[in-house]
Design a protein around this ligand. Sequence first.
Ligand code: ARG
Length: 475
Amino acid sequence: MTSQNEQATTSPDKKLWGGRFAESTAPLVEQYNASVPFDQRLYAQDIRGSLAHVAMLGRVGILQPDEVAQISAGLHDILADIQAGQFEWRLDREDVHMNIEAALRDRIGPIAGKLHTARSRNDQVAVDFRLFVKEAALELADLTRDLRRVMVAEAEKHLTSDGGSAVILPGYTHLQVAQPILLSHWFMAYAAMLERDEGRLRDAAARMDESPLGSSALAGTPWPIDRFDTAAALGFARPTANSLDGVGSRDFALEFLAACAVLMAHLSRLSEETVLYSTFEFGFLTLPDSHTTGSSIMPQKKNPDVSELARGKSGRVFGNLMGLLTVVKGTPLAYNKDLQEDKEGVFDSFDTCAITLRLYAEMLPKSVWNAHTTRAAAARGYSTATDLADLLARQGVPFREAHEVVGGLVGVASRSGRQLWELTDAEMKAAHPLLSAEVAASLTVEASVKGRLSHGGTAPERVQEAVAAAKAALE
Ligand code: ARG
């Protein structure tokens, strides 16, 4: 087996930090130390950071205009080569930063070395990674918003899709039928979760919007650099306030990973419901062929793999958060090589969340809800028992007593395998003089849903308002 690391080229040249070393690096150390197999993903951010840095060095007079021009042109050439797939990533050059700097020296000669004036790799990695994570957070925020738009559209569609009326779903607590709800209300619950997920990602992006460039190795620099200039050039709101914190902190990545973890927890709950509701036993939901898979042995199978994988992949996204918390917690200020372990989990959480959001945005509009089945399921399980208790309480019976009376009726009905509306006039009256067969007959799921008019409740008017407000907010 070849590991990823072994596939990169290893024909060592003198290390960029090699001045004081008499012996060459042991091959295993080279392999262990190198981050280029994964941090090459930061090449665009690294080159942007270098271009901003070298332009600033020119502006403040540390470098001559022709030096700035040569270095910038060389960096642009390297960027083009990388984008064209014509760049040789070398393991002996350790990481993305030194690969690019060494390639610059190969191209323009020793003047390339002036690029590293008044900066450190600690600066570079901190700025590259912040740029990446900020962009990733904003991209996931947009994808989260796209899925929310789908949830709201589904909610709107199912307000009228059952022959002009709204689709009714059993609402559960403890996965036991509790009270009927509108399917649209269920969609809007996920829309609400996704709205907060988007907010968390945007908040994280706003808080990390500071440039660490110019913190140098840890203590700042005696060179007359302009950190406000590079921060603005890179699209950051301002430079970080403290150089130790600038190069030593990774809470921006932790916050991103935490927002990803909560988002995946929500998508995992959605997945659990999708898996359950698409079973033969529930029969609520038919998933599209395009987003399900078959079995190699059982011809009848149609498996909800997307939902199962989303539920399963939440594990790695939670793990990425735990992983980085653990990496960071024991590190003294400022930079330690431990921090090189900050990247793969972030890349993985970003990729995992992005594809999962995209898949749900594709799959939900193509899924079919079986309104007959969901309505029948909502009617079973004595889901309108609370309505009956409320009905008694509205006529002055203390709610606790009403609860007791209805509990007795549920007992009578369940022992004889009947629903509440099948109880006889005599049975109803025996339970309470205010009750009758007529009252029993009024206990429909539609009436139950219509009555829940409280703010945030499932009554069709309330859900229509919620859909209208969400659509306005999304415009
Ligand atoms: N590859 C390193 C990382 O990802 C870059 C920073 C190296 N800094 C250092 N002082 N060795 O963390």
